[in-house]
Design a protein around this ligand. Structure first.
Ligand code: SAH
Length: 241
């Protein structure tokens, strides 16, 4: 039982003796694909109650039930960092979602910008990818994925006190800005393949919450830029230190 390796995100309270009903997909995975026997150990987390060691109490091809035994790891919340990103092509957007979860973003906000040029983002799919990434990377928290919002609207209703680290591909120096970053609620903003329009740049530059930052002298793809910016923030102000 102690060699339980499978981690599952579940949508119910967790605690000693607590039963966990499995979804059809989870039951299929545990019993048809992984062929777990009754009594096998599974690690479960729900985003608030930490990770628990549970055991298989009932298992069929479409249904199943686990029972929580012991706490395995405490709940760890990521730092208060959101990722605002313009959706790109399907696989590349999935990649951004997966990496953002691994790198410890607390919330994922897709934004529609002037040059966003992507098929409609499937938020349900993005949420499923976020869950999969959390299961795989050992996180006890799954960042929510919001519905797509136009950049304009997002900036107009922007919450006071949260700063925006804007990855601005037209800048050439970053050192000064990074040294001056102070802790608090933050968001990282990454543009689409086409970059930001002149109006968007003006708007961003004039916004009191926005801190522009360069990610070096080369133009990165949006997904690389997302990873680079999250990494910079995490290593300066986040939970990597
Ligand atoms: N087509 C644009 C590049 C867009 S790259 C152009 O040629 O200028 C996609 C996004 O990644 C950008 O909007 C920006 O947010 C980020 N990005 C890429 N390279 C960057 C860099 N060197 N510095 C800061 N941000 C960068």
């Amino acid at each position: 039982m102690t060699d339980a390796k499978i981690r599952l995100f579940v949508d119910c309270p967790l605690g000693a003796g607590q039963g966990v009903a499995l979804s059809e997909g989870q039951a299929n995975y545990l019993f048809a694909v992984m062929r777990l026997p009754l009594g096998a150990g599974v690690l479960v987390f729900n985003g608030t109650d930490g990770e628990w060691l549970a055991t298989v109490a009932e298992g069929g091809k479409r249904t199943g039930r686990l029972v929580c035994l012991d706490p395995a790891r405490p709940q760890v919340m990521p730092p208060d960092l959101w990722l605002l990103f313009a959706p790109v092509k399907k696989e590349r957007t999935q990649f951004i979602v997966e990496k953002a979860v691994e790198l410890g973003a607390a919330r994922l906000c897709p934004v529609q910008t002037r040059f966003t040029n992507a098929e409609r983002l499937r938020v349900d799919k993005a949420r499923a990818h976020a869950i999969e990434a959390a299961e795989q990377c050992g996180a006890t928290f799954v960042p929510p994925v919001e519905e797509v919002q136009p950049l304009d609207r997002l900036l107009s209703g922007w919450p006071e006190g949260r700063r925006i680290l804007w990855a601005d591909e037209s800048l050439i120096t970053t050192r000064q800005t990074l040294a001056a970053l102070t802790p608090g609620p933050w968001a990282v903003l990454i543009g689409p393949e086409g970059g930001f329009s002149v109006e968007e740049r003006d708007r961003l530059r004039a916004h009191p919450a926005v801190v522009p930052v360069s990610l070096g002298p080369r133009i990165l793809r949006a997904e690389t830029a997302a990873i680079a910016a999250l990494t910079l923030w995490q290593s300066t102000l986040g939970d990597w230190t």
